[in-house]
Design a protein around this ligand. Sequence first.
Ligand SMILES: Cc1ncc(COP(=O)(O)O)c(C=O)c1O
Length: 372
Amino acid sequence: MKVPFLDMWRMHGPLEEEFVTSFRKILGKNGFTKGDELSEFESNFAAWIGTDYCTGVGSGHDAIVLGLQACGLKKGQKVIAPAMTFISTITAIIQAGGEPVLVDVDSEGLIDLNKAEELIKSGIDFMVPVHLYGQIVNPKELIRLKEVYNIKIFEDCAQAHGAQRDGIRAGTVGDGAAFSFYPGKNLGALGDGGAFVTSNQDFNQKMIALREHGQTKKYYHKYIGSTSRLDNIQASFLNTKLRYMDEWNLHRINVAKSYSEQIHNDQIKLISNKLDGSHVYHLVIATSDNIDDLSMHLENNQIGFGRHYPIPIHHLECFKQFGWDKKSYPNAEYIAYNSISLPVFPGMSPTEVELVANAMNSFGLSQLRVAS
Ligand SMILES: Cc1ncc(COP(=O)(O)O)c(C=O)c1O
């Protein structure tokens, strides 16, 4: 039996009728942008995250670019970001006008805040912590750094819908935060989408203008912005899916818990085992010194898997002009070249979890037998 890396139909199948009804309603009223569905989703999502405002945009990437500008990033300002993340975090900083300054991650893939603090002392304006894989970067520490050094914090929450620690939710820690609704995310649209959240009214007002060419009223353009709106059809789908988010996140956490109970293999390590709700398991990451053999073994056992992400930021060709030292971010490098992502999605069955665990546990056994 095959185990897919992700099967979105398990979430979408039962909601098909509701999606079709919403679509027909919007089609019938010819209202595709800036309608009730969008406003409803924006207030529901802000309430679920715990911010005063949410502004829907075209993608998570745009939510970072425009969000940083809305929060006051000025051309040439330095922005700290982790060396292990999806490329979008870094390209968005550059497109917003900032200069990315990389910091290594810890052994669980989160930005190393001790190293970040050393850099902040040398004069930094912004930090973009990434709540990678679904785990939240220590929010109390982020708040301390913000207060002590008077820097702005902009959270990349693209992978962390609903993650929280010490009663503080991802998206409420900084001056602003970006979420992605790419279909495979914990909360995914049926296409692209993203959102900026904040509790600062001025930042939100600027964001509303920036997503529509910087206009503060029709044809009065105060800023240079973009066309980046979350459309009503996607907002209506997201409204439906948002009702299930707590249940779906819990399912993901339970899958991760079963993996941690069932996978025992000296050649494999499950990183970031945090089953206390601070990690909503967008991805379950396993590392091994023999990642190519492990990948082949999983393929032979028909287990779907991913690589998030196989090349660290400082090794990507498009960033060569920054001259980042190839050896300065060893944890990012280790995770990038030695990790795989295991299947985890709402509706994944106990049998599927067991098949993945069995395959992980049998890795290396045949080689050991040959060797002995
Ligand atoms: C950490 C991170 N940042 C930013 C993004 C960008 O989001 P989007 O694909 O919606 O533009 C993603 C999405 O893949 C992501 O994982």
